[in-house]
Ligand binder design. Structure first.
Ligand code: C2E
Ligand code: CA
Ligand code: CA
Length: 829
């Protein structure tokens, strides 16, 4: 039977050209049941091939081979134990063979004793080879290892050191062998381990940190682990010691300790609490100070992360955890968060927590440590400042900035959930200016504060009332179901403001105009909503006092049109897009042309010719009207003068120019009029100025003095649109005016309405009593004209004679000479 493969099976290469000898060995192995696997080779060539391709434990080679000698196999340097078989009496060969590196030799014999010897020799060779291999691997390991390793004998003297030892300590192996290992130990230092004696060393070995000294005297911190070496009979033979240089770790530890101490000092100095989270174990250390900030005693807070998070205000917890996470993931260089924590007395304090993670080589955090500081006072101041920035000082109500922010939120909520309706009420007090001007600012302030309180009382929780400035307030109503709900709040506001206010012992009544905008219009931006509420409020104001208007998109369109008009108008002034048309003024009795009224027109580049009613309001509000007015004055005077020069019979004709309130109160007025007269050469008596009844009443004193000055220069003055204001003729008689123009609303109803006839008759009578001449505006029919003639009215103006005419059309008319108005011009040309 062949030996089984196994751990102990020995693979033997038998190089033998003598078949009989080879078979003898094989037979013996079989009979003895030796665990050998024999591979045979009959020549050195064959053997070489096998050795190159297969592994063997032992090589058995006959010295005398057909194609060479067993020496050749030895010379291959296989590293395998080789036993050479020589012939009897060939001792010389034996010596040569051993010198060449053979393990052993045997003299060939046929006796069984020889075969027994052979197996013993093979065994020895194998065992020796194995231990040699082991020693070689060990010494290789010892050389390559970074740790210093040394072996000492029972006396404590070095018997072996590895390369690393020599490198680390600076001793050459030959110098140190036989020297006592105490040479390594730094004196005068308390060591965790002493040099120790092998007999006292525990069998399982020992470990510890010590300080060693190198050959050059420098000291190095080391971690030692050593154990006794036992021989086969368990007796101590020496000690093997492994030394690890821990300089680097020590440096690091020291740095860490230093920084920790620094940190602890800094922390103690600044009153911070400390925490240190062992992420692997999941435990947190909280310093006493940390706990005392929150009013807790040492044992009242556990060492789990949860003990911390449980105290954090629920609203702040999410952000805290997110920031912790981000830092642990390495997304932030350090961690910092401010949050509220519940103290032992169950109130919340603001703390600032900072920390930084300690990471291993992979960047994975295993520790997170930091501080906690009480920042409640700072937060409170901050809150006060924030409050100041977002509130009105006088009333304490939210200001515009805060209101816009809340409105923005409401718009956002509505976008997410379209049933989250909301509304805005824009509120403007109707008579605030009067009170403020007449009673002084302190009374005004008091009133505003009282109003604020009343407005607040009208709201539901969650609603916001803000003071936007002056006497304007805005109210945001959230979570409303329908318009009726907004109306109810608006009603309540009206009722509240209806009750009198008592200020400095006086009773005041006030009311407000309210403009309402609703989320249902579908707003994207909060400022649009407020703008529309504002637009609606203006609308309400223009409709009269204490009205309420809900914004509708048409209003917005109107507002937009107006805005465009405003822009166009500015441009028009620069580009001279205005023209003056002239409407004839006619003597009622004789149909004679007396003069013209100058009426402005705007030749709009896209909209065509616009009438004053379409742009004068806007011009007035934007302050452009005076510039337009001066231009009309200048244009009309020059034109009139040209006509007078061209048509001799026209030298007595006059031109009538309208002045608005702004022009009248302008300090430039007198100067302007004088310089235009001078520049054009028009005589003062040929210039008439029309001022509406309303304008005169607005500023009675100033108007009186100005009109007097103009009148003294010979300029004739008209009271325009008479009958539309609330003045009475007795009020007006003090003014130096020459004409009264009866408003065309009376003339239009003249033929049908008896009562209007009576009014017109009275006006004419009174005017004549005051030595004023009368002109009727808007005369459209011959009946109106004949009635006016009967009533004694001197002059008339109206489509019956002519519409306002372009300068060219006026010239055509003048060309005809002084013919009475019989042929009527009926269209503006
Ligand atoms: P106003 O001063 O009362 O001027 C007379 C207005 O009545 C003119 O309107 C004229 O076209 C119109 N009118 C004349 N006859 C008739 C008629 O038979 N029937 C009707 N229905 N209307 C007639 P216009 O030109 O549209 O001017 C409107 C207002 O604009 C003027 O009313 C005046 O107050 C103002 N205005 C016009 N030009 C100027 C200007 O240069 N400066 C200033 N401050 N206001 C001006
Ligand atoms: Ca007029
Ligand atoms: Ca008029």
């Amino acid at each position: 039977m062949s030996a089984k493969h196994g751990e102990t099976t020995l693979r033997l290469l038998l190089i033998e050209d003598d078949v009989v000898d080879r078979m003898a060995i094989e037979r013996f192995v079989r009979q003895e049941r030796l665990a050998y696997e024999i591979v045979g080779a009959s020549s050195t060539d064959e053997a070489k091939k096998l050795l190159a391709n297969e592994t063997f434990d032992v090589v058995l080679a006959d010295y005398h081979l057909g194609d060479g000698t067993g020496l050749e196999v030895l010379e291959l340097g296989t590293g395998l134990p080789i036993i050479v078989i020589t012939g009897a009496g060939d001792e010389e060969t034996a010596v040569r063979v051993l010198r060449a590196g053979a393990y052993d030799y045997l003299v060939k014999d046929t006796a069984r004793r020889y075969l027994k010897m052979l197996t013993v020799t093979i065994d020895n060779a194998r065992r020796r080879h194995a231990s040699e291999m082991e020693a070689r691997m060990l010494s290789q390991a010892l050389t390559s290892i970074n740790d210093s390793i040394y072996v000492t004998d029972l006396e404590g003297c070095f018997t072996t050191v590895n390369d690393s030892f020599s490198k680390t300590y600076g001793y050459i192996e030959s110098d140190i062998l036989g020297v006592h290992h105490e040479i390594l130990w730094a004196e005068g230092v308390t060591q965790e381990l002493s040099p120790g004696s092998p007999s006292e060393m525990p069998l399982e070995g020992e470990k510890g940190e010590c300080l060693h000294r190198r050959r050059d005297g420098s000291v190095l911190p080391v971690l030692i682990s050593r154990s006794p070496i036992l021989d086969g009979t368990h007796r101590r033979r020496g000690v093997v010691t492994a030394v690890r240089d821990i300089t680097e770790r020590k440096d690091w530890e020291q740095a860490l300790r230093a920084s920790e101490e620094r940190y602890a000092l800094a922390a103690a100095g600044s009153n911070d609490g400390l925490w240190d989270w062992d992420l692997n174990r999941g435990t947190i250390y909280f310093s006493t100070r940390w706990k005392s900030i929150l009013g807790y005693a040492e044992e009242e807070i556990g060492d789990q992360a949860e003990s911390w998070f449980e105290l954090v205000h629920p609203e702040d917890l999410e952000l805290l955890k997110a920031q912790l996470d981000a830092h642990l993931q390495g997304m932030t260089p350090d961690f910092e968060n401010e949050h509220r924590v519940r103290t032992r007395s169950d109130e919340f304090r603001w703390v600032q927590t900072r920390g930084v993670a300690v990471r291993d080589e992979d960047g994975t955090a295993y520790r997170l440590a930091g501080s906690q500081r009480d920042v409640t006072d700072r937060k409170n101041t901050q809150e006060l400042l924030t409050h100041a920035a977002l509130h009105d000082v006088l009333t304490g109500l939210p200001n515009r900035a805060l209101f816009m922010d809340r409105l923005d939120n409401a718009v956002e909520r509505f976008r997410r959930r379209p049933d989250n309706h909301f509304g805005v009420i824009y509120l403007d007090l109707d008579r605030f200016k009067v009170i403020n001007d007449s009673l002084g600012h302190s009374a005004g302030d008091k009133l505003l504060r009282s109003i604020s309180r009343r407005l607040k009382s009208c709201l539901r929780v969650g609603d916001t009332v803000a003071r936007l400035g002056g006497d304007e307030f805005a109210i945001l109503l959230t979570d409303i179901k329908d318009l009726a709900e907004v109306d109810r709040v608006a009603d309540r506001i009206d009722q509240e403001l209806d009750r009198p206010f008592n200020i400095h012992g006086h009773e005041f009544f006030t009311a407000a105009s309210q403009g309402i905008a609703l989320s249902s219009t579908g707003y994207e931006r909060p400022e649009d909503l407020l703008r529309d509420a504002d637009t609606a409020m203006y609308r309400a104001k223009s409709e009269g006092r204490s009205r309420r208007v809900v914004f509708d998109p048409a209003m917005h369109d109107r507002a937009m049109t107006r805005l465009h008009l405003e822009n166009d108008l500015r441009r028009a002034v620069d580009r001279q897009e205005f023209m003056v048309y002239y409407q004839p003024l006619v003597g009622v009795q004789n149909g004679r042309l007396e003069g013209f009224e100058a009426l402005v027109r705007w030749r709009h580049p896209e909209k065509g010719v616009l009438l004053p009613g379409e742009f004068l309001d806007v011009a007035q509000e934007t302050g452009l009207s005076t510039r337009i007015g001066w231009w009309v004055l200048s244009e009309a005077s020059r034109r009139m003068k040209t006509w007078q020069q061209r048509f001799e019979w026209a030298s007595e004709l006059s031109v009538s120019v309208n002045l608005d309130a702004k022009q009248l109160s302008s300090t430039e007025l007198i100067e302007r009029v004088e310089s235009e007269l001078a520049a054009s050469g028009l005589e003062a008596r040929c210039l008439q100025l029309e001022i509406t009844e309303a304008t005169i009443i607005e500023n009675p004193k100033l108007t009186h003095s100005i009109l007097s000055r103009l009148h003294r220069q010979g300029i004739r003055l008209h009271i325009d649109d008479f009958g539309t204001g609330y003045s009475s003729l007795s009020q007006l008689h003090r003014y130096p005016v020459d004409f009264l123009k009866i408003d065309r609303s009376f003339i239009g109803r003249l033929s049908s309405d008896e009562k209007d006839q009576e009014i017109v008759r009275t006006i004419i009578l009174l005017a004549h009593n005051m030595h004023l001449e009368v002109m009727a505006e808007g005369v459209e029919t011959p009946e109106q004209l004949s009635l006016l003639g009967l009533l004694g009215c001197e002059y008339a103006q109206g489509f019956l004679f002519a519409k306002p005419l372009s300068p060219g059309a006026v010239e055509d008319l003048l060309e005809l000479g002084p013919v009475p108005f019989g042929k009527f011009v009926t269209s503006e040309a």
